[in-house]
Every structure is written in C-alpha cells, then in structure tokens.
Design a protein around this ligand. Sequence first.
Ligand code: ACO
Length: 325
Amino acid sequence: MGFYVPDNVVTNDDLSKMMDTDDQWIQERTGIKERRWVNPAIDSTSGMGVKAARMALERANMKATDIDFIVFATLSPDYYFPGPGVLVQKELGLDTIGALDVRNQCSGFVYGLSVADQFIKTGMYNNVLVIGSELHSGGLDKTTRGRSVSVIFGDGAGAAVLTATDDTSGILSTHLHSEGAHAEELALIGPATNRWVNEIIEENDENDESYFPYMNGSYVFKHAVTRFPQVINEALDANGYQPSDIDLLIPHQANLRISQFIQKTMRLRDDQVFNNIMKYGNTTAASIPIALTEAVEEGKVKPGDLICLAAFGSGFTWASALIRW
Ligand code: ACO
C-alpha cells in the first residue's frame, strides 16, 4: 500500500475566508477539520497516483516493471480523454502493459480491487497496480453558493499492489452494486456530451452550476447509511462471518457522521472502525487506499486480520471487499 497527499493544508478557518462557513458547522456535520489542496504547478491526478504507486511498489519490494496491469479509479481525471491509467503507464516506464480506467466515484477503488482480484484469480496477471486518485480542489465552487459541497472534498491518492499468492491470505470476496435511478443526486453534469463545453461558453450564464459537483446531501446520507451496512453484511455472510469477526472496517471516508452511523448500526467497537476524514476530507476514490495505508502504518492491520473495505457514492454505486490480511 502507498499514499500521497499534497503538503498544502486547508483548514476550515481557511475556507471561512472564501465563503460563508465556519469550523463548527463543518466539524459538526462532517467531522472534517482540514483537507489538502494541490498546487496545480506540482500535482495532477495521475501524478499523485504515480507518487502513491511508487510508495506501494517500494513497500512491496517490487520494481515498477514487475507490474502486469494498471487499474486507475478517479472521477477527476487529468483529461476528458484519455484516462489517467495510460499516463501512469508512461510515467512508470511500464513498456506497453494494459491500463484500465474505472469510473465509479467513491466506490471506484473497491471496484478496481475487484477487477484486479479477478484478473489474478483467473491467472491472467500476477501483479496488478490499483490506484485511486482525486484532484477535487480545482473544480469546486469555492463561493458561498457551493459551500455545502466544497467543504467536504479534498485531494490525494492511494495505491495498492496486488499479487498472486498460494496461501489463504488475500481478498476473500468482493461485492459490487449500482442503482442508476439516483444518478443525478450526486453528479457533475457538464461539460460532457449531455452539456457540451461550447454550449456552456455560448450561454455564458453566471448562474450556471452544471459544471460544479451537485449533491443532494440529505438524500445521499439516507441511502449511504442503508447501503453501507447491507454491503458489509453481504461480504460477511458470503464468507460465514459476523460483524464481531471484523478486525478493522475501513469505510470510504464520505463523512464522519456516516461512518459513526454504520458503526452504531453494526454494533462495532471504536477499535474496529478506521477514520481519517478529519485530516483529509473526502478524497472519493482515494479515501480507502489512503486510510488502509495509514492503518497499516499505525499497526492497526496485522497479518491474519479480517479487514473489510466498504464504499458508497455517486451513481449510486456501492461495494465491499473482505480481506484476510
Ligand atoms: N457552512 C455553513 N452553512 C452551510 C454550509 C456550510 N459549508 N453548507 C450548507 N449550509 C447551510 C445551508 O445553507 C442550510 O441553511 P438554511 O437552513 O438556512 O437553508 C443549513 O446549513 C443546513 O443545510 P443542509 O444541507 O440541510 O445541511 P445538512 O445538515 O443536511 O448537512 C451535509 C449537509 C453535511 C452535506 C449532509 O447532508 C450530509 O452529511 N450528507 C451526506 C452526504 C455526504 O457526506 N456526502 C459525501 C460525499 S458523497 C460520498 O462520498 C458518498
């Protein structure tokens, strides 16, 4: 595992200088104290992914050239096309291996892990690099109009190197879901083919919010607190385990209140749930690999532990992975 976050710390007080908000509101509703925003001259979505990948490779005692395939999850790619997977392939000097881009927002890393797991289990590849990276700061509405979304999101990247083993450790199962009926409840509509950039420019409407992320906050909250426990229980049931068997749950860092709700619903102890949203905000596809890397660094993930990853987000999509570490 590896991760990278930009050095630039943006506190809630910093945000209150840009928009009408305050530290107390943000902490009470989301648990977030600060987040990182890139310096665009230094960092990009693919570049942060490469930095996280280099750390993961070093910790796995592997060279970049050992990687057989790349999976890159993000909702904030460098370019409209091509996706950032090929930029990582180029930057790491990985000959002509395949690179797949995953568009599943907050669930992107778990979806990516599932793809990598299937490739490894079918014997197609031995070593797969999975990256989740997000650069939100450049695309947020940093005025009072956008405050209910902008205070939540941060920049960063996390990466995992998955490798084939003969023992019983590793990914036990993954569980993937979606419900497109709610696609527009958490979405960025344009620019895209539904809303071309020349249309936006021609209209030149200062009230146009279509190119900023939109979130129906309370609607997302209600669905998240239902889907998270469902998909965690699905993973436990599939493998014959109970919530009490989980050594560490790493939920997508959407909002501390959502994590606390899941913990209460599933009757988990504090030491069974890992949260670091306080420091980084919601980094979407990057949040789980960043959190997992920190949990490993803090000694909270030990060999033999039962680790559960779970995510919910835009789409809606939701997913879980159960891992014997
Ligand atoms: N600072 C100060 N006041 C604000 C801010 C802000 N940043 N944002 C909104 N407000 C105001 C609103 O204007 C509103 O004022 P009004 O009552 O005068 O109209 C008031 O605060 C309450 O606004 P709500 O949107 O109702 O606030 P709510 O209590 O629902 O909290 C929040 C909003 C935190 C987004 C909440 O709905 C939530 O947690 N939703 C879950 C969604 C989530 O966490 N998504 C994460 C990303 S998606 C994902 O990863 C799954």
